[in-house]
Design a protein around this ligand. Structure first.
Ligand SMILES: C[S@@+](CC[C@H](N)C(=O)[O-])C[C@H]1O[C@@H](n2cnc3c(N)ncnc32)[C@H](O)[C@@H]1O
Length: 205
């Protein structure tokens, strides 16, 4: 098996990532994501290209395509089984690698991380923020778990795999030209379009 720099990458590339990919699919999930992105992306103008880091089987990208049928879509994904599913999506550029290995070919209008920064080794966050920042020409969208101070939470019985913090705030501290466009929360008991108590932040360069 391929060796990775962090235990978190090996975790997602392996069996846990396969099971996640198998578990997380279906029309309802995509519908809920479409509702979320309709809310977030209504705050943007003129986006033509989107790059998602940690895209899994591509349901966020499909949701975005529901809203913007002509959007040029790209996905970076470490898990091979997820990439097999991504390959079923037409007109999608796929980068099968760890995001730490991704080299920026061109900047996209929108760069997205949803449920990915929370799983990155905290020692690698600075590098990941730099990647998000440099790969975007304009918007950065973070949809993660917020906590005002960094905390670790046991994730489905696994230690050292889930971290909550103020990712967007840390990025704005680091990159002074980033502006907060909007932010929000999606409750797991939302009447129509629940998500897993996510907080989202839309930043603009
Ligand atoms: C919790 S899932 C979220 C999937 C998707 N973004 C969503 O919102 O449905 C995390 C995804 O990020 C991928 N991932 C985790 N670490 C990664 C890394 N270092 N490079 C690329 N992909 C990674 C995992 O394989 C998995 O598909």
């Amino acid at each position: 098996m391929k060796s990775f720099k962090t235990e978190q990458e090996a975790f997602w590339a392996g069996e846990f990532g396969n099971e996640y990919t198998e578990r997380n699919q279906g029309l309802e999930i995509t519908a809920n994501k479409t509702a979320l992105f309709a809310r977030i992306l209504s705050k943007t103008t003129n986006i033509k290209s989107t790059l998602e880091f940690g895209a899994n089987r591509g349901l966020n990208l499909l949701a975005i395509r529901n809203l913007f049928p002509d959007m040029y879509l790209s996905a970076v994904e470490i898990n091979e089984q997820a990439v097999t599913e991504l390959k079923k999506i037409v007109e999608l550029s796929i980068y099968q690698q760890s995001l730490f290995e991704f080299s920026i070919d061109y900047q996209r209008d929108l760069v997205l991380s949803k449920g990915v920064l929370i799983h990155i080794n905290p020692d690698k966050l600075k590098q990941t923020y730099e990647l998000l920042y440099q790969s975007s020409s304009r918007y950065i969208c973070l949809v993660e778990y917020y906590n005002p101070v960094p905390v670790e939470v046991i994730y489905r019985g696994h230690k050292n795999k889930l971290f909550k913090r103020d990712f967007a705030g840390e990025m704005m501290d680091e990159y002074k030209d980033l502006r907060l466009v909007d932010y929000g929360f999606v409750y797991h008991r939302d009447n129509n379009f629940p998500q897993d108590d996510l907080t989202w932040f839309l930043l603009e360069k």
